[in-house]
Design a protein around this ligand. Structure first.
Ligand SMILES: [Zn+2]
Ligand SMILES: [Zn+2]
Length: 326
C-alpha cells in the first residue's frame, strides 16, 4: 500500500474528493497531538478548535441517521475516528481551508453538524434522545480505530449497496486496497433501494458524448444519437456496470454517475422516445461499509466489531494507544 504511486494517488484525490483521503507522507507534520480538531465551518467561515471526541459526535450525527441501532452508530463512530485520526496523524492541512484540519462539508472530507443545528433538526425532545445516543456510540468506542496490518485504513463508507453487496475498490477507483473488497451484505436494510430518474436524450448525450477519456468522434455525432446508443460493455465482479459505451465514447460507470448525479453506478437504462430513464439500486459508491447493511447487521444482533470486520476485510479495531507510543 505504501508503494502506491504518489502521483496516481494525488490524481485520484483530486478526481474523487468525496472518497478516501489518500495521503502523501512527505507532508507529515510531526509532533501534533491527536487531542483536538481544527474544524472549518462553512456557514460562518470560522475555524473552531474542538476536542476530538466532541467533533466525532457531530460527524456521526451528520453521517448516519441517529435512529439507527447503537452498534451501527458505533461502527460509524469508529470509521469516522479512523478517518480524522489518519488525517491528523500525518498533519496534512486541508488544502481548501488553510489552518484547518478538516471542514464540515462531506465533499471535502466528512460532514459535521453543530449541536445548535441538531437541536433545530430534531426538535428539543428528540435532540436529547438522539444526541446522547450518538454520544454514547462515540464514548463507548473511545480511542478505537480501524487498522489493517497495523496501519490505519481508509475507512470509506456509503449509504446503501442496495443488497447487491459491496464493491472492490479497484473496480471503482482503480486502486485495489486489500481491506476494501467486495463482500455480501446479507441484512441490507435500505427500505427503498430502487429509484428511477429520467433525462432527455440530448442532456445525456451532452453529459457523456464529449468525454475526453473516450475515443474522439463522439462529439461529431448528434448528442441524442449518442445517448440513444448507450450500453454497458463491462461489469464489475458483483455485476454492476463498470464501463459504459455511449455512441463513440467509452465512459467509466462512475463518470456516468457523477455527470448525471445518479444515486449509484448500479443502474439499468431504458430509452423511450426522446427520453432516457436510469433505474438505480442503492446509494453511494458501494465501497467499504454499507450503512444500511450495518443497520441490518445490528438489528440482527451483530456488534460493532463484527460489522467493522465484515465490511473491511481482514481489518480490525485497534485502540489508539497501541498506535501512538508515549
Ligand atoms: Zn470545505
Ligand atoms: Zn448493503
Amino acid at each position: 500500500m505504501k508503494k502506491i504511486n504518489a502521483a496516481l494517488i494525488l490524481l485520484l484525490a483530486v478526481l474523487f474528493v468525496t472518497i478516501p483521503y489518500f495521503y502523501d507522507k512527505s507532508k507529515v507534520r510531526q509532533g501534533r497531538k491527536l487531542e483536538y480538531v481544527r474544524l472549518y465551518n462553512h456557514a460562518d467561515g470560522k475555524i473552531y478548535k474542538l476536542p476530538l471526541e466532541e467533533y466525532l459526535v457531530g460527524v456521526v450525527a451528520a453521517e448516519m441517521p441517529a435512529a439507527f441501532p447503537l452498534d451501527a452508530l458505533k461502527a460509524q463512530a469508529v470509521a469516522a475516528r479512523t478517518y480524522i485520526v489518519k488525517r491528523l496523524s500525518v498533519g496534512v492541512e486541508n488544502p481548501a481551508h488553510p489552518g484547518a484540519d478538516i471542514c464540515d462539508d462531506c465533499r471535502h472530507g466528512q460532514a459535521w453538524v453543530s449541536r445548535e443545528e441538531l437541536k433545530e433538526r430534531w426538535g428539543a425532545i428528540e435532540y436529547y434522545k438522539y444526541y446522547y445516543k450518538v454520544k454514547k456510540a462515540v464514548d463507548e468506542t473511545a480511542g478505537q480505530v480501524i487498522t489493517y496490518k497495523g496501519e490505519l485504513v481508509d475507512p470509506v463508507y456509503h449509504s446503501s449497496c442496495g443488497g447487491r453487496g459491496t464493491e472492490n475498490s479497484g473496480d471503482v477507483w482503480q486502486v485495489n486496497l486489500p481491506y476494501l473488497r467486495a463482500v455480501p451484505c446479507p441484512y441490507c436494510a435500505d427500505p427503498e433501494p430502487v429509484r428511477r430518474v429520467s433525462f432527455t436524450l440530448a442532456d445525456v448525450g451532452r453529459a457523456l458524448g464529449a468525454d475526453p477519456a473516450g475515443r474522439p468522434g463522439g462529439v461529431s455525432r448528434a448528442v441524442s444519437d449518442t445517448a440513444r446508443d448507450i450500453g454497458v460493455i463491462e461489469k464489475t465482479s458483483t455485476g454492476r456496470p463498470k464501463t459504459v459505451r455511449a455512441g463513440e465514447s467509452v465512459v467509466p460507470a462512475v463518470t456516468v454517475r457523477e455527470r448525471l448525479g445518479l444515486r449509484s453506478t448500479d443502474f439499468t437504462v431504458q430509452v423511450e422516445g426522446g427520453g432516457i430513464t436510469f433505474t438505480t439500486t442503492g446509494y453511494g459508491h458501494a465501497v467499504g461499509m454499507c450503512q444500511y447493511g450495518a443497520k441490518g447487521m445490528a438489528e440482527h444482533g451483530y456488534g460493532c466489531r463484527t460489522i467493522i470486520g465484515h465490511y473491511y476485510s481482514g481489518a480490525e479495531i485497534t485502540n489508539m494507544k497501541i498506535l501512538t507510543p508515549p
